[in-house]
Design a protein around this ligand. Structure first.
Ligand code: F0G
Length: 391
């Protein structure tokens, strides 16, 4: 069994110990490449159940885990009726240790940092990556700097990163600016280790969302996911392709990448035919702060995911996102605003007749309801003001 890094465009191979995750020749992103893998699961629960398919050569002593993965898949009559899809499944990634799907990628990337013997990491974040990175690096005894776009992340997410002891650097600008700053500061061994999804080990961990979904549901026609920096969209396509290559999947589910209308560079890019390069949005705007991203770093990998799975990119308005969130909350399941984009996207494609009433559809809910309580209270106050306003 061999694991190395490979350029997703020109196919150049690199040694696994490299920490500059861009190709020297064509500057495209690198991905983790496993050769001669045999699908073999362990009895451990969660992400590391799939160790053979995400980091087969990692000695177990380096694994940094807080017990991530093995999240619940829900079905709910109210949400089936709301979306118009009878066979609707909701996989809740908010049930992870720090309340988002990031923990699945972080357990693998921080374990890799440990294997490499690194002692300082960095990330930019709209809030969830920073919370997760702060927790996992603290647990591993690795220093952590998080670069936060000033005033643009929720209080609960900022509080989490502070509480786990990360060094907080505020960036005067939006997420894309903060991300650029991080990209410029990483690369060589003496630089901090990047924990954003440009790190291909994050993608390896997030593949397990698909492994679990398909192991539990067996057949799935569509898998919908909120899309921001496109780490999950990338991971989902890689997981589906690998399962197919390794002979454990027959019918390929179609990925639905759902963006918020005001922050939808990938949706526009794919709708316009997907010829390079993606044109970023300078001033992305959406109430779903987790996916307020105009220049997604993983667009090349995400494009391959949609191409391989005959996937769909779709955009939904803030009103559609919030309406879906309200229904998910009222069902007792609950999620943060960005997460509800998956259900809003499915409802829209069902209304357009793309998805059939009887298709098997899985929506990934990416974050916990407590990740953004401000918006809930703000809407409550707006409703109260509307009710008391003179007619
Ligand atoms: N949903 C939530 C709750 C998120 O926090 C994010 C990304 C996404 C969806 C989009 O996922 O980037 O893989 O397309 N949050 C990042 C962060 C950017 O910094 O926490 P993606």
């Amino acid at each position: 069994m061999i694991t190395n890094l490979r350029c997703i465009e020109c196919g150049e191979y690199y040694h696994i110990n490299r920490t500059d995750y861009r190709c020297d020749k064509c500057k495209s992103p690198l991905e983790v490449n496993h050769q001669d893998v045999e699908w073999e699961v362990y009895s451990t629960k969660g992400v590391w159940r799939y160790k053979e398919m995400i980091h087969p050569t990692l000695p177990e002593e380096f694994i940094v885990t807080l017990g991530e993965g093995a999240t619940t898949i829900y079905e709910n009559d109210k949400l089936s009726a709301y979306s118009g899809v009878n066979n609707l499944h909701l996989k809740h990634e908010g049930r992870n240790p720090t309340g988002s799907f990031k923990d699945r990628g972080m357990t693998v990337a921080v374990s890799e940092a440990k294997r490499l013997g690194l002692n300082h990491a960095i990330c930019a974040s709209t809030g969830n990556t920073s919370s997760s990175a702060a927790a996992y690096t603290s647990f591993a005894g690795i220093g952590m700097t998080v670069v936060i776009p000033s005033g643009r992340i929720t209080k609960s997410k900022l509080a989490q990163a502070v509480a786990y002891g990360a060094n907080i650097e505020t960036f005067d600008g939006n997420f894309d600016g903060a991300m650029r700053k991080v990209i410029d500061s990483v690369g060589a061994y003496d630089k901090p280790y990047p924990l954003n999804s440009i790190n291909p080990w994050r993608v390896e961990g997030q593949k397990t969302i698909i492994f679990e979904l398909i192991e539990e549901l067996i057949t799935v026609d569509y898998i919908a996911v909120p899309a921001g920096n496109l780490g999950n969209t990338s991971a989902f396509g890689k997981a589906i392709k690998e399962m197919k290559d390794w002979g454990v999947l027959y019918d390929i589910p179609r990925i639905i990448a759902v963006q918020a209308e005001g922050a939808s560079p990938f949706y526009r890019y794919m709708s316009e035919g997907g010829s390079d390069p993606l044109v970023p949005e300078d001033d992305p705007q959406t109430m779903a702060s987790a996916i307020r991203i105009g220049n997604p770093v993983n667009w090349r990998k995400a494009k391959k995911s949609l191409e391989y799975t005959n996937g769909i990119a779709v955009s939904v308005s803030d009103e559609e996102i919030y309406d879906s969130k309200r229904m998910i909350d009222l069902s007792g399941i609950g999620c943060e605003p960005a997460s509800a984009a998956s259900v809003a996207g499915v409802k829209k494609l069902r209304n357009q007749g793309v998805i059939d009433r009887n298709d098997v559809v899985a929506c990934v809910l990416t974050g916990h309801i407590l990740k953004d309580t401000d918006i809930i209270l703000q809407k409550m106050e707006e409703n109260a003001a509307r009710e008391t306003a003179p007619a």
